[in-house]
Design a protein. Structure first.
Length: 203
């Protein structure tokens, strides 16, 4: 984002320079978020002011009218979050490229080849966070572990998995064995959907 901001500034166009300032402000805010520090009021106010110039909706549905598939968290004219049904996303991987998404939520997950296909996609490698919501306490955890083991998540800070019962810690092992998962990434898991707890940190 900072490289993009520099290039925008180089154009000298007021609209591009304003977007560059927005990107830099966003990056600075994320530094406070990562360290759980209070965001300075003047920085937060400036971000809100810059973002308000774009007047875009807080949510954009994928292809116009898919209730479970949408983008959120606007940054300038773009969106940073996507939430999508696993099967529909597997059939439409281009959704991950239509916006510069950094936070991915995949709902109605089931273990299998499609999950592995998604987690190996090059756009997933740019994600800061990944949330997998499985159907009704999925018990087939080995396929999930295998998908994490080969996932490309070199920028990911947090993986959250809900609806998965991993009493034998098989998924944790797959996560820890993942060679393309960022060091320091945290894994949160829960059999229910409301209270996942931290179970592992990638070293």
């Amino acid at each position: 984002m900072l490289v993009t901001a520099d290039r925008l500034d180089d154009t000298g166009e007021p609209a591009n320079c304003r977007l560059a300032e927005l990107l830099r402000t966003y990056v600075n805010i994320q530094t406070y978020v990562r360290t759980s520090s209070p965001i300075p009021t003047d920085m937060a106010d400036r971000f809100t002011e810059l973002q308000s110039d774009y007047k875009i909706e807080p949510r954009k549905y994928v292809q116009g009218n898919f209730y479970n598939n949408h983008y959120t968290n606007p940054l300038g004219p773009f969106y940073l979050n996507i939430e999508a049904d696993m099967q529909e996303l597997a059939n439409n991987l281009q959704w991950l490229s239509e916006e510069p998404v950094r936070n991915i939520t995949i709902s109605d997950c089931i273990p299998g080849k499609d999950l592995g296909l998604i987690l190996r996609n090059y756009r997933v490698d740019a994600a800061y966070s990944l949330h997998l919501r499985f159907r009704r306490r999925t018990m087939n955890v080995r396929d999930v572990a295998d998908a994490l083991r080969v996932a490309t998540l070199s920028m990911c800070n947090r993986i959250t998995i809900t609806g998965l019962d991993d009493r034998l810690k098989i998924v944790q092992m797959g996560f820890l064995m993942g060679n393309k998962i960022r060091k320091g990434c945290e894994l949160f898991m829960g059999a229910n959907y409301r209270t996942p707890g931290r179970v592992a940190v990638k070293k």
